[in-house]
Design a protein around this ligand. Sequence first.
Ligand code: ZN
Length: 324
Amino acid sequence: MAEQALVDKVQAMVGREYGRVYAWDRVNAPMIRHWCEVMGITNPLYTDSAYARDQGYADVVAPPGMLQVWCMGGLDQENFPEGSSTENNFEVLKVIEPYGYPAVVAVNSDLTFDRQIVAGERLYFTSRLDSVSEEKTTPLGTGFFVTVLMTYFSQSEQGEDEQVGKQLFRVFKFKPAQRPENKPDAKAEAKAIKRPLPGVSDDTRFFWEGCEAGKLMIQRCKDCQTLRHPPAPVCSKCHSFEWDTQQASGRGELYSFVVMHYPEVPPFDYPNPIGLIELDEGVRLIAGLVGVGPAELEVGQRVEVEFARFDDQQTLPQFRPVAQ
Ligand code: ZN
């Protein structure tokens, strides 16, 4: 249980507002072009001013996803243009920390956009401590979800500044959970935790039913025969809603992989190798890798599917390396 003094202090801070943080530069075409190059975005609305004018804009439009970019401090952290607030909009973390919650992890961020932003505009944001949750326990540890809401404005030369978007940013400020080996009964506790079940919909049921039957089923467009995975309601090639399925050979190669080390979330075994498999049929899927040590994994190695039953409630495809 969190100390009442901490809870009181923190709740008294909720709603606190933090001043303006200005952008170093006006929204501009070179930064937009660089961002689009990095992200692989080719929409001419962002890079071709003549095209943007044809669409009714004064100049190129900034991709909405860039909202946060304009008011960033640059390479030196907390380096903002003159006139910017020097307050720390996450100061509540410093209040929580001395009560025994040293760790922090970003949880999620939601962006909302009020309108398109066009080259030439100058932005700033203000922040508000939106909420601090009650103390929660997650597999990572015990602590508080802290949510800060940043509101972005376009500065007006004359008249009122206009709100252009919002960014909600949530972090978890926590006391890390003890590593399982420090707790004598942790192994037994971890065993009792079951694997999370997949969300099953009309579009994905065939896949999970296939697994139960020991078959790796792939969705196929009825009109153009294109295979797709993960399952989706519509063909990305011909936009047909008609589909059936095909049983895959179950053979393919390791296209890429990661090895999960930390945090160790029960009931999974660690290190936990996870592969992106390119099936011989051409589609890729993500699955656990078995029968191979993390150091022996190699991109391009041949793998074959096998099915394993977990918790007496679900069957999952796994891939095992096979001879070339
Ligand atoms: Zn199709």
